[in-house]
Design a protein around this ligand. Sequence first.
Ligand code: PAF
Length: 280
Amino acid sequence: MLICRDLPSLRAATAALRADGKRLALVPTMGALHDGHLALVGAGRQATDAVATSIFVNPLQFSPNEDLSRYPRDEEGDLAKLRGAGCDLVWMPPVEAMYPPGSATVIEVAGPSAGWEGDARPGHFRGVATVCCKLFLQSEAQIAVFGEKDWQQLQVVTRMAADLDIPIRILPVATVREGDGLAMSSRNRFLSPQDRATAPVLLRVMTRAATAIAEGGVVATALEEGLETLRVHGFAPDYLALVEAETLKPLAARRPEGPMRLVAAARLGAVRLLDNIAVG
Ligand code: PAF
C-alpha cells in the first residue's frame, strides 16, 4: 500500500495507475476508521481496479465552536485497517498541502446544503464541498465512494460534482450499523456506557415514524411522537424530519412520487448522533 503525503507523489501514483489502464475509486475520510469506512473501501474495490483512501481532518468544515483538536486521530491503526481491507493508496496531505498560504477559493453549494446540518453547523458544507472538490481533482478518480450515513453530505457532494462537471461518479453505500442498530461513526467512542446503551433508541424511533408515515399516518403526529420519545429517553433532538431525498426539502405530507427520507440529529450526552432512513 502506497502512502502519499504530498501532491506530486499522489499525481505520480495515480498517473502510473492510469498508464496501467486501471480505474481508481476514492474513499474520502477523516480517519479514525471503523467498519463503515472499510465497507466503502470494499465497495470501491468491487467497482474499480484500485482504491485510494484519503485521510484528512479538514479544518474548513469545523465551525469555531467545534473542537477540531478533539477529533479522534489514529494514523497507525488506520493504516493497518486499510492494509487489511486491500486499499492500494493512501492520500494523507498535511493541512499546508491542502490549503497553502494564500488559498482563497471555496465552493458554496446551495440547494441541498440548506437546513438541517447546514443550520446546525454553519459553513460545514462549504468546507465539505471545497475539500471534496479538491480531493476529486487531485486524485482524478473515476468513482468517489460515500456512506449514506451522512445523507445530506452525500447529496451536497453529488450536486457539486454534477454542477461543476467533474468527471467522477458518486457511489453511495448503505449505512453500516452495529448489531443493535446504532449507525457506525467515529464519534460513537465518546458515548458513555449508559448513553451507548440508549443510543439505538434513535433508529427504533425513526423506524416507527417511517412506518407510520408509509402506512398513511399524519406526518406531523408521527414526527412529534418520535421527538417526544427521544426526549423521554434523554436525547436532546435537533430535528426529526421527513424530506425529499435529493433536495432535503421538508415535506409536510407523504408524497406518492419520488423518494423520501427521514433525517434526524439528536444530542446524547457528549455526542451528536446523526441518522437517516428511507421512507416507503
Ligand atoms: O464524511 C467525512 O468524513 C468528511 O466530511 C469528508 C467527506 C471526508 C470530507 O472531509
